[in-house]
Design a protein around this ligand. Structure first.
Ligand SMILES: C[S@@+](CC[C@H](N)C(=O)[O-])C[C@H]1O[C@@H](n2cnc3c(N)ncnc32)[C@H](O)[C@@H]1O
Length: 282
């Protein structure tokens, strides 16, 4: 992949002001932002600094898009003279976001290139989420900070990467296979995608449905799922099918318990193999 073939890279190179980016980001920007070009959308960038990246977004999204910057450093105000709307504030301050969204209303894309600390990245997601239109994105850059000790005190239980694990969990709360209450994360985040150092959350509440099993009703015999050791499952099925009257009897319960413990041991052995697989990742 040649950088010069990437549109966002070309805009970056031509930007009127300084911007420092990781070179791996441009292929991601081209891919995730493609569908939003020349649309009447609101794009917010947290972390303006000298303003170099604001010009990338203006060029990429086109004239119909409104590009808004947020930064804690008053120096970013100078970007107002180029027509950008700049808000001064701390991205980890809930009151800042409250005032921001009261003024701006709903937005389509928020890109976090601010302070990269755990609370800062998590706050952007948490406080912006209710205000992202369906079809929109929350993009968090520099999540490599989740693995950096200096300044970021990571890896840690409270890292942004671990917060993303929590989001994965909330997305899976939509599964009808588990009995979990959906929260705003389950109800709004359709998917989460990871690139190197970049997390992309796709927002679409219309697709965030509680799933249920459906069938095409073809009359084929039900199959053994073959998940666990075959003979355990078969033994259980045989007991249920052949001697149903034994169900809930002492004998049946004893066999069930035995199968349960055998499967537990099997699971433990499988975990040891998984550990080995992890160790073998070179
Ligand atoms: C990496 S720079 C942004 C670079 C810019 N996006 C570009 O590519 O040209 C990070 C910016 O985040 C701002 N920042 C750091 N902590 C912040 C916070 N808590 N709230 C808002 N902005 C913050 C800094 O002032 C700095 O200007």
């Amino acid at each position: 992949m040649q950088l010069k073939n990437l549109e966002t890279y070309r805009h970056f190179k031509k930007s009127k002001r300084l911007s420092v980016k990781w070179d791996s980001y441009f292929s991601v920007y081209d891919k995730i932002f493609k569908q939003y070009k020349n649309k009447k959308i609101k794009v917010v960038e947290v972390g303006v600094a000298n303003g170099g990246s604001l010009f990338i977004w203006r060029k990429l999204f086109g004239k119909k898009a409104k590009i808004i910057g947020v930064d804690a450093n008053p120096i970013s105000k100078k970007m107002r003279k180029y027509g950008f709307k700049i808000y001064l504030g701390d991205q980890s301050d809930p009151n800042f976001w409250k005032k921001f969204f009261k003024k701006e209303g709903k937005i389509d894309i928020i890109l976090d290139d601010g302070g990269h600390k755990n609370l800062q990245q998590i706050s952007t997601v948490h406080y912006a989420l209710p205000y992202i239109n369906n079809g929109g994105l929350i993009v968090v850059e520099d999540m490599a900070s989740s693995y950096i000790k200096k300044e970021f005190y990571n890896p840690s239980k409270f890292s942004f990467a671990n917060f993303c694990n929590k989001i994965v969990e909330f997305i899976n709360y939509r599964s009808g296979a588990i009995n979990k209450q959906m929260n705003i994360y389950s109800k709004k985040i359709y998917s989460i995608e990871f690139f190197e150092s970049i997390a992309v959350l796709k927002i679409d509440s219309t697709k965030c449905i509680k799933s249920k099993p459906i069938s095409n009703n073809i009359k084929d015999p039900a199959l053994n799922e073959m998940r666990s050791s075959f003979h355990f499952i078969r033994a259980r099925e045989n007991i249920k099918n052949l001697i149903p009257f034994l169900k809930n009897s002492k004998v049946y319960n004893k066999i069930e318990r035995k199968l349960f413990y055998k499967n537990r041991i099997l699971n433990f052995k499988e975990n040891l193999i998984i550990k080995k697989i992890y160790r073998n990742i070179k």
